[in-house]
Ligand binder design. Sequence first.
Ligand code: GDP
Length: 466
Amino acid sequence: SDLEYELSRRKLKTDINELWNYIKQNVNQTSPFLKDLKNSLLYDIDTISRRNDHWRRNELEKLSNYVQERITKLQNPENCQSARKLVCNLNKGCGFGCQMHHLVYCMIVSMATSRTLVVNSKSWRYVGNRRMSNQKSLWELAFKPLSNSCLDDSGNPRGNWASGPNRDHNKVLDLPIIDSIRPRPNYLPLTIPEEISSKLITLHGAPIVWFIGQILKFLMKPSTEVEKYLNQKRKQFSFNSPIVGVHVRRTDKINTEASFHSLSEYMVHVSEFYDRLDLFNQRMNKKETVKRLVYLATDDISVWKKEIQKYEEKGYKFIGDYEISNTATVGRRYSFDSLKNIILDVWLLSETDYLVCTFSSQVCRLAYELMQSRVPHIDRHMDFFSLDDIYYFGGQSSHNQIALLDHQAQSSNEISMKIGDIIGIAGNHWNGYSKGVNRETKENGLFPGFKTAERIESAPFDLFQD
Ligand code: GDP
């Protein structure tokens, strides 16, 4: 069946990467032999896959259009006065990526319960200075409105999520942040809508990431001014494919939520991307060598000042806004300029061919999600390398996998598995092994990543019910 074929095709690619990670860890000198062989295998998988590219692209496009139409309809009720609404306060005290994810969560609740989402952006952290308070909020300056007809949150009766069984009777419902929603509904990430799940699982290797990408596509429609700014920067940088996006997140994140990584750790994967591309080109009989272009986004100016030179000498070209890192670091002033800067970075990272970053940062996860919504509609879930975490959504329900093969622990830090066991996955060590807990035996430890597959949860979404 299509499903079997697609799952197997994608697993083949993932497993080659897992094998490669294992080899790199366990063979002292990774020989050009192994690297070329790996890339040659990947080339042939891509070639074999191309036969169905057209179908895959068409189907993903149809699914995207369907989701966008449904959200648009929800957001433009015939009568705003009597519409059922969900109010989302853009007041979460955190960075840009974190706030966009807060909005995504609100939209998910909207979609699952068929309520028009009304965003209260008055208290948004990016509020600019007081003189602006009678004017548009920075959200309104940066993005198009979420509705043409329904932006006001009035209506009766009004209540909050905690109002229990009466919740549904409220015309207007106020939503708390994801960390404090009680009772917790079953449709929050990493759950996907049941109504589109079988299609989506067939078409995309990370269904929840695609789904969140679609929500972001709707939420983050750049205003005319921001669109202009993005275009001007693309031109100024000569932003062109092929290009790898590198996001280096440091400053306040280091030693609180993430560890320090030198640029050289990122560049290992940039170089692997271009080596692969070179081999692909050879296999296609293309003679020219590819320019090694990198879009660099960072909150640490010293990456530009001290770390890129070594790679420029090796022929890499770095583009990006030097100024950005300053604005981000210096107190994050929450001006429209600093907002435009972070939007620019997220946007251009999402338009690269490959992302190297730390998934502990919401900035990079945001770019990765948006990447899935870019046109043409292609499954881009493998186009990244994260130096630390696997993908997650802040406040997500437990992330489970299922054992496809039995596994006998080979050492005391490994866990054993029986086919069908549910494994709560905590991370990938990027050496062939993942870490997690066997929910059957409660054992915690390492297991070979290729022996498990994602266990994808789905739940009904009102929005997709006809
Ligand atoms: P996280 O803290 O990295 O998980 O992501 P958040 O988006 O929640 O907060 C990070 C904040 O740091 C952003 O809102 C930006 O203000 C700033 N920042 C981090 N990385 C970059 C970057 O590459 N470019 C710019 N312009 N700002 C950044």
